[in-house]
Ligand binder design. Structure first.
Ligand code: G3H
Length: 250
């Protein structure tokens, strides 16, 4: 049984004060059957960790370097994240691949490192509009999944979360239909099965791209979709509370 996971990726939004305001009003709206995760900027991690103590909310970072320390100006290491008590780390988001030259190889190094430091990666994959229009979406996500999971054991793969985020649906208001999302997510699960066998049935795979309270129930109703990675709609506590509750207000 895969526990649903709704993660908010705040991207480069929220000062510490704003972050605390959001999580403090969100804390009472969680429910034990669904894992709610807030992936906050590095600067807010420590304070948000303290603020969510004792609640069902989990904490995520949005990136990390693969090394524990070194001359890597501006980077944050897995040791630094685990010291704070971070649970999840988003790796290979399309914005990092596009604007910060992340490659399948660096994503793989980060995957290996995160798992060895007890952090659960949320590994993002997804095709561009051009790739979708050329009918190459499966080829693209298959290559990203295989490269990202290279060298990982089945027991490590069992722990990870994958987020399928078609780039053309991110922040555009264009959601993939729930059937389109389910089809690719089911395909991704088969790719994982080829690599790691039956543990593929335990791997949680999210959909991301313009998810909001008005479409979350339909998305979560699909057979292979285990959650959502939410950008814009996670920045408002009421909206994110509704997302965790599949559109209902608790
Ligand atoms: O990480 C989240 C995704 O990039 C989706 O963002 P969005 O919900 O604003 O489309």
């Amino acid at each position: 049984m895969r526990k649903p996971i709704i993660a908010g990726n705040w991207k480069m939004h929220k000062t510490i004060a704003e972050a605390l305001e959001l999580v403090n009003s969100l804390k009472g709206s969680t429910r034990p059957e669904v894992e709610g995760v807030v992936c906050v900027p590095f600067t807010a991690l420590s304070e948000v960790k303290k603020a969510i103590a004792g609640s069902d909310l989990k904490l995520g970072a949005q990136n990390m370097h693969w090394e524990e320390n070194g001359a890597f100006t501006g980077e944050i290491s897995p040791l630094m994240l685990s010291e704070i008590g971070v649970d999840y780390v988003v790796l290979g988001h399309s914005e990092r691949r596009e604007y910060f030259a992340e490659s399948d190889e660096t994503v793989n190094k980060k995957m290996v490192s995160a798992l060895s430091h007890g952090l659960t990666p949320i590994m993002c994959v997804g095709e561009s509009l051009e790739e979708r229009e050329a009918g190459a979406e499966k080829k693209k996500v298959e290559a990203q999944v295989k490269a990202g999971l290279k060298g990982l054991s089945s027991s490590d793969i069992e722990k990870i979360v994958i987020a399928y985020e078609p780039i053309w649906a991110i922040g555009t208001g264009k959601t993939a239909t729930s059937e389109q999302a389910n089809e690719i997510i089911s395909f991704i699960r088969n790719v994982v099965r080829d690599i790691a066998g039956e543990v593929a049935d335990s791997v949680r795979i999210q959909y991301g791209g313009s998810v909001k309270s008005s479409n979350v129930a339909e998305i979560m109703g699909q057979s292979d979709i285990d959650g959502a990675l939410v950008g814009g709609a996670s920045l408002d506590s009421e909206e994110f509370a509704k997302l965790i509750n599949y559109g209902e207000v608790k």
